[in-house]
Design a protein around this ligand. Structure first.
Ligand SMILES: Nc1nc2c(ncn2[C@@H]2O[C@H](COP(=O)(O)OP(=O)(O)OP(=O)(O)O)[C@@H](O)[C@H]2O)c(=O)[nH]1
Ligand SMILES: [Mg+2]
Length: 369
C-alpha cells in the first residue's frame, strides 16, 4: 500500500515520509466494491410486502427506493408505486404537514436545517421535501439545499428528499404528496415542504399542508408594496428571518408593518389573524416560538374542526383535479376529438361562435354523437 501513496501537491517539499496526509490513487470502477454493492442494491427487487414492512420499519433503503418508484415516469413503476401507496394509506396522516415559502434567498433551507434539528431534539422525526420550480425548469438538482442542510442530513431522525427534478408542476405535486404519505407511514411525524414563493408552486404546497409559513426579509416599509399580496394571504404564520445583530431594528419594523397588514387581509379561517414573528435561522433564535405558534395553530384548527375539513377538502380537490386531467387526456388521445377541438378553437378565435356555445357543441359532438 505504502508505494501507492502520493504526497499531495500542497505538502511542504522538505517534509519527509512522516507527513500524515497522502493522496491515494483512484480506485478503478471495476475494483470498486462500493460501485458493486450499489449495483446490487439497484438490482434487488422487493415484493409488495417487503416494501410495506420496510417502509413501516423506516428502512431508509426501502423508503428511498419506494420514493424513486413514486417519482418514476415508467408505467410499470407507476403501477407498483400505486400498490405501495394504497397499502400504506392506513398508516398515513399522523403528522403535522408544514409548508414553507418565501423569496429566493430568504433563508428557507437554513431555517429548515435549524428548525428541523430543534424538532429532532424535542423527540420528533422530521422529513424534508421540496418543490423547486427552478429544478423543474432546468432539471437541475438542489445541491445548495443539501449542503445547507448538512447537519440535518446526517441526523438519524431526519430524512431529506430533494425535489423530483422532472416533469410538470402537477406531476411533481403528485410525487411530493405520495412521498409525504410514504414518509408518514415510515413514522416521520413532522413533514416540512420547502418551495420558493414565485409562480404557482406555493399554491401547490399550500394545498397539501396543515400549516403554511411565509418567510420575509427585514426590510424598510417601502417594500411591503412589493411583496406578492397573494402569498401573504396564504400565510398561517409569517416569519421575518435574519433578525439578528444590526438587522434587529429593521426586522422589528417589518414585523410591525406585517402585523398591521394581516388585519386587512382575509384568511381562509374567518377572523383568524396570522401571527408575525422574527427569527434568525442562522443563529437559531426564536425558533421555539415558531414551534409554539405552529402547535397553537394546529390545536386551534383541530378544536374548530378546520383541520379535518381542510384535509378532506385538499383530498377532494386533488381527486377532482386528477380526474379532470385523466378525462381530458383520454379525450385528447383520440384524433377525431382533437380535430373537433381544433375546429372549435378556430371558430372561437374568428368570432364565429361564443366559447360557451362552442363548449356545449364540442361536448355534444364528443359524447352524444
Ligand atoms: N444573517 C443571516 N443570514 C441568513 C439567515 N438565514 C439564512 N441566511 C443566509 O441567506 C442565504 C440564503 O439562505 P438559504 O437558506 O439558501 O435561502 P433559501 O430561501 O432556501 O433560498 P432558495 O432555496 O434559493 O430560495 C445564505 O447565505 C444563508 O446563510 C439568518 O437568519 N441570518
Ligand atoms: Mg432553499
Amino acid at each position: 500500500m505504502a508505494q501507492n501513496r502520493i504526497k499531495p501537491e500542497w505538502a511542504p517539499n522538505e517534509d519527509n515520509e512522516a507527513f500524515t496526509s497522502f493522496v491515494l490513487p483512484k480506485i478503478s470502477d471495476d475494483e470498486s466494491s462500493l460501485n458493486k454493492s450499489k449495483g446490487n442494491v439497484k438490482s434487488i427487487e422487493y415484493t409488495l410486502n417487503q416494501y410495506i414492512d420496510g417502509i413501516k420499519q423506516n428502512n431508509r433503503v426501502i423508503l428511498s427506493k419506494s420514493i424513486t418508484l413514486v417519482e418514476s415516469n415508467s408505467p410499470t413503476h407507476f403501477d407498483k408505486a400505486q400498490e405501495i401507496v394504497n397499502a400504506i394509506l392506513p398508516f398515513t396522516g399522523n403528522s403535522i404537514r408544514i409548508g414553507i415559502t418565501g423569496s429566493p434567498g430568504v433563508g428557507k433551507s437554513t431555517f429548515i436545517e435549524s428548525f428541523g434539528t430543534m424538532l429532532t431534539e424535542l423527540g420528533h422525526r422530521v422529513a424534508v421535501l421540496a418543490i423547486d420550480p427552478s429544478s423543474i425548469r432546468s432539471r437541475g438538482s438542489i445541491l445548495g439545499d443539501k449542503t445547507r442542510m448538512e447537519k440535518l442530513s446526517r441526523n438519524p431522525n431526519a430524512f431529506i428528499r430533494p425535489s423530483s427534478s422532472s416533469g410538470t408542476l402537477g406531476g411533481v405535486a403528485r410525487k411530493t404528496r405520495e412521498t409525504m404519505l410514504l414518509c408518514e407511514a415510515a413514522g416521520y411525524d413532522i413533514i416540512l415542504i420547502e418551495t420558493v414563493g414565485v409562480g404557482q408552486s406555493e399554491v401547490t404546497v399550500k394545498s397539501m399542508v396543515d400549516v403554511f409559513l411565509v418567510m420575509l426579509l427585514p426590510n424598510s416599509g417601502d417594500e411591503l408594496q412589493g411583496i406578492k399580496k397573494g402569498i401573504i394571504e396564504l400565510a398561517d404564520i409569517l416569519v421575518v428571518n435574519k433578525a439578528e445583530e444590526e438587522n434587529i431594528p429593521k426586522a422589528l419594523l417589518t414585523e410591525a408593518l406585517y402585523k398591521n397588514a394581516v388585519h386587512l387581509l382575509q384568511h381562509s379561517i374567518p377572523n383568524f389573524i396570522p401571527p408575525v414573528l422574527s427569527v434568525s435561522a442562522l443563529n437559531s433564535l426564536g425558533l421555539d416560538l415558531v414551534w409554539q405558534k405552529i402547535t397553537d395553530f394546529i390545536k386551534f384548527t383541530k378544536e374548530i374542526q378546520y383541520f379535518e375539513h381542510n384535509r378532506h377538502k385538499q383530498l377532494t380537490e386533488w381527486f377532482n383535479a386528477l380526474l379532470n386531467e385523466l378525462i381530458m387526456r383520454n379525450i385528447l388521445n383520440i384524433p377525431k376529438n382533437q380535430l373537433i377541438l381544433k375546429n372549435s378553437e378556430n371558430e372561437i378565435l374568428s368570432n364565429m361562435i361564443s366559447p360557451v356555445s362552442a363548449a356545449n357543441k364540442v361536448f355534444n359532438e364528443i359524447f352524444t354523437s
